[in-house]
Design a protein around this ligand. Structure first.
Ligand code: MV4
Length: 667
């Protein structure tokens, strides 16, 4: 076994590999770019080597730099992770040339699986089922058109050197074939450097089912059962699970045999994945073979209880496979969701920024979080915006679904847009929960998955208000403790007032909607009037924003995280981004700047600054209130005219009182 390995990757997979290496007592070397100088994988590794600028093509993808780092640190082997150089033949050769073990398959297997048509020829020889079609060398258009007619429409034309859905054309009828073929060849030539295509029968509602295989250097091969990765968006996997719903023992054995035969056919060593496309009736066909450890490998680990990276390290160091096929079994069901910094409401646009608050669910037997970031880290624009992989396990699929919903509901991310709510809806959607799976699920369920409704339930507004008050109270207590007279009644934020029940107005905005919450004391609790209805609320808020509340006698929990003026409310698997509106700069009850300006709290008018009838700019001082022993300047919320003051100097005003009639200039 190795003493020291280098991980030629970053993010969650680098952290994940380091975790297993450390458990095995293997020293680890990380490599990092400028953008990753403070990254988690660098912190976790025993050593770290700087390899250059943030752009991957100048750092993580530069073969010579990775090899040099391994030589510099005495790493005996390199784990490539996935992506980057993990399936790069030149890198594999460079490792061999440098006498450094590449933890993966031999370069011959990478080469053989790099071409779709070459891979299919190998699979045909190994009697692995292929999609009905033509994948030969005759590329004459008329000949291919005859082949397509014989296959029967619809057919799919695929670029042999393509992948990930690129270079495919669906043809519904013979008269469209030649034009589609020409178009596909043009794209294939320009995108992949080869216009070689194959023609296949199109499967209309396919499932993507893949088999995890392992080979060692002693001729042993096993499969570690299947994963269903049908839930994809634009050829990016979103949710993966193991085992595949509806899989029969016979079908599993047949797919496992086909995958092992495929691995044996290419002399495979290490972890590999044979991808199949399957009809709804379960008939399956070879699609491609991936010669790397896949992103979704944890679901296989959760149902087998194995550590696939440990297997990779043992096999790469010449050990035999730790277990034989008959010693492998499935236990329970696992799901994986990829938590991304992207905005589903904006076409899944990647989101960058600092993770001002990051609180994954608690890990244990049922929940695993593979992540490359911690609170305070940046999600940069240079790399895949993955925040983490959330993996859950339970004894069956329904229980695993419940675990996933619970874990997603507990996952708190503030600072970047993210897909957690989308993943919750996807997990809960009837098609997925009912295992009605195919690669078109997300598109088919988009009405459910991308709701147009905005707004938040009353409970969310009340939670935002209660948390705000509890946070203010806690802050007052902290400040009092720092004050020379900590017991002074002026520090109490319990709403006590000399001669009136304390009243407060809190204003929050959600999207275009703005609401005022009128707060008063109700014994030990608070009364919040919202939309004309009063609720009695109380609760406790901890330092991480976890709120245990009682709203009108009903107990609930939520999390409220502050980021600037934003109040992120999480509850029941949903999230809302409120904005706290500073009443001092608020005008009008309805959220617009029209109408008067409300007194943010009880106080005394001590100066009228602007003249009645005066035209003023946004931010111009209008009057001064004295409240809580401080002077508060009320300013113009926008350019406009001071029509009239409702009070004169010396008047006492109540909380929420209208102070000024103000007309905003037309836009
Ligand atoms: C297909 C197919 C339907 N019929 N082949 C997409 C990329 C590559 N993995 C192969 N792909 C497909 N090949 C035939 N004959 C549908 C797809 C496909 C797909 C396959 C697996 C996972 C997701 C997919 C999304 C769209 C299309």
């Amino acid at each position: 076994m190795f003493n020291k390995i280098l991980i030629a990757n970053r993010g969650e997979i680098a952290c994940r590999v380091i975790k297993t290496a450390r458990r095995l007592g293997i020293k680890t070397v990380a490599v990092y770019s400028e953008a990753d100088a403070g990254a988690r994988h660098v912190r976790l590794a025993d050593e770290a080597v700087f390899i250059g600028p943030a752009a991957a093509r100048e750092s993580y993808l530069v073969v010579d730099k990775i090899i040099a780092a391994a030589k510099q640190t005495g790493a005996q082997a390199i784990h490539p992770g996935y992506g980057f150089l993990s399936e790069n033949e030149a890198f594999c050769d460079a490792c061999d040339a440098a006498g450094i073990v590449f933890i993966g398959p031999p370069v011959s297997a990478i080469r053989a699986m790099g071409s779709k048509s070459e891979a299919k020829k190998l699979m045909e020889k190994a009697q692995v089922p292929l999609t009905p079609g033509y994948h030969g060398d005759n590329q004459e258009p008329g000949f291919l058109n005859v082949q397509a007619d014989a296959i029967g429409y619809p057919v799919l034309i695929k670029a042999a050197a393509g992948g990930g859905g690129k270079g495919m054309r669906l043809v519904e009828r013979s008269t469209d074939f030649l034009e589609a073929l020409a178009s596909c060849k043009r794209e294939a030539a320009s995108s992949f450097g080869s216009d070689h295509v194959l023609v296949e029968k199109y499967l209309t509602r396919p499932r993507h089912i893949e088999i995890q295989v392992f080979g060692d250097t002693h001729g042993n091969y096993v499969h570690l059962f299947e994963r269903d990765c049908s839930v994809q968006r634009r050829h990016q996997k979103v949710l993966e699970e193991a085992p595949a719903p509806g899989m029969t023992l016979e079908r599993r054995a047949a797919m496992g045999k086909a995958a092992v035969d495929a691995a044996r056919a290419v002399g495979y060593v290490g972890a590999g994945t044979v991808e199949f496309i399957a009809n709804q009736d379960g008939t399956f066909y070879f699609m491609e073979m991936n010669t790397r450890l896949q992103v979704e490998h944890p679901v296989t680990e959760m149902i087998t209880g194995l550590d696939l990276v440990e297997w990779q390290l043992r096999v790469a160091s010449g050990e035999p496979l730790p277990l034989a096929q008959e010693q492998l079994a499935i236990n329970g069901h696992a799901l994986e969701a990829r938590i991304y910094a992207e905005d589903p409401g904006k076409g899944f646009l990647p989101s960058t920024g600092r993770l001002v608050h990051l609180a994954p669910p608690e890990e244990g037997v049922h929940v695993r979080v593979d992540t490359g970031v911690e609170e305070g880290d940046e999600i940069s624009p240079f790399y895949d915006p993955m925040i983490a992989k959330l993996i859950v396990w339970d004894v069956n699929r329904d229980r695993a679904l419940a675990r996933m919903l619970q874990a997603l509901a507990e996952y708190r991310v503030v600072g970047v847009a993210n897909n957690i709510e989308f993943l919750s809806r996807l997990t809960a959607c009837p098609a997925f929960a009912g295992a009605d799976l195919d690669t078109g699920l997300i598109e088919r369920e988009k009405g459910y998955l991308f709701p147009t409704e905005q707004g938040a339930p009353r409970e969310a507004w009340l939670v935002a208000g209660l948390a705000e008050l509890l946070r203010e109270k806690a802050r007052a207590v902290t400040q009092a403790a720092r004050h020379s007279e900590p017991d002074s009644p002026w520090h109490q934020r319990d709403g006590w007032r000399l001669n009136a029940a304390a009243k407060r107005t809190l204003i929050f905005r959600l999207g275009e909607e703005e609401k005022s919450l009128f707060v008063s004391n109700r014994g030990e609790a608070l009364a919040i009037t919202l939309d004309g209805t009063t609720s009695v609320v109380s609760g406790q808020l901890n330092l991480r924003g976890l709120l245990r509340a009682e709203l009108d006698g009903l107990r609930t929990t939520a999390t409220v995280v502050v980021a600037g003026e934003r109040r992120h409310v999480f509850g029941h698997g949903k999230a809302w981004q409120f904005a706290a509106v500073d009443p001092l700069h608020h005008s009008g009850g309805g959220g617009g700047a029209e109408g008067g300006l409300l007194a943010p709290m009880p106080g005394k008018v001590i100066a009228l600054i602007a003249a009645e009838g005066a035209k003023v700019e946004k931010g111009a001082p209008l009057l001064i209130l004295e409240a809580m022993k401080m002077e508060h300047t009320i300013t113009a919320p926008a350019a406009g005219t001071v029509k009239a003051f409702r009070f004169i100097v010396g008047d006492q005003v109540g909380d929420g009182a209208q102070l000024v009639d103000f007309a905003v200039d037309p836009a």
